[in-house]
Design a protein around this ligand. Structure first.
Ligand SMILES: [Zn+2]
Length: 166
């Protein structure tokens, strides 16, 4: 079985600039190109993964700083699933990927880089993209600038929010 979320890159994710939780830090700023939050709901939000595996790698997380999946509340679960769908719809519009990975790493041994703040990975996949997996290298060239990705996905997300039927 292949590892889903590139745990060899964990050290970058668990050591963001400064101390504390980078998701909570992002939530303290105004949503936009600076904090990379794409959408903020009542209980949860969508943010770009700053250490992406692929262009368009998103994360859906509760607003509350909670790492234990079993402590995530009903309303949070519900909205996080809804935002996962919204993420996939936006990514389809922006990138037309062939497939998606959707999932969580619960705990460090499972590959979670940030263990105290639960997050669902939403990852667009293309046939053949695993061919370029740098298993022995810790860097990967992301074919698109993260700001460009943000603007592109945000554009599609806004279209969806205006036309929920799409
Ligand atoms: Zn947090």
């Amino acid at each position: 079985m292949k590892l889903l979320w590139a745990p060899w890159r964990t050290k970058y994710v668990s050591n963001p600039d400064g101390e504390g939780c980078f998701l909570c830090q992002a939530l303290q700023e105004k949503d936009g190109i600076k904090n990379f939050i794409l959408y903020r709901g009542k209980y949860s939000f969508i943010i770009m993964n700053l250490f992406p595996y692929n262009s368009g790698h998103l994360m859906v997380a509760p607003l509350r700083h909670e790492g234990d999946f079993l402590k995530i509340r009903e309303e949070e679960l519900q909205e996080m699933m809804h935002l996962s769908q919204l993420s996939i719809k936006s990514l389809k519009g922006a990138y037309h990927p062939h497939a998606f990975n959707l999932g969580m790493n619960l705990g460090k041994a499972a590959g979670a880089g940030l263990v105290d703040h639960l997050h669902i990975h939403v990852l667009p996949r293309w046939e053949g993209d695993t061919n370029f997996l740098p298993v022995f290298s810790e860097t990967k060239v992301i074919p698109e600038d993260i700001k460009e990705s943000y603007l592109k996905i945000r554009k599609h997300l806004e279209i969806l929010l205006k036309n929920p039927e799409k």
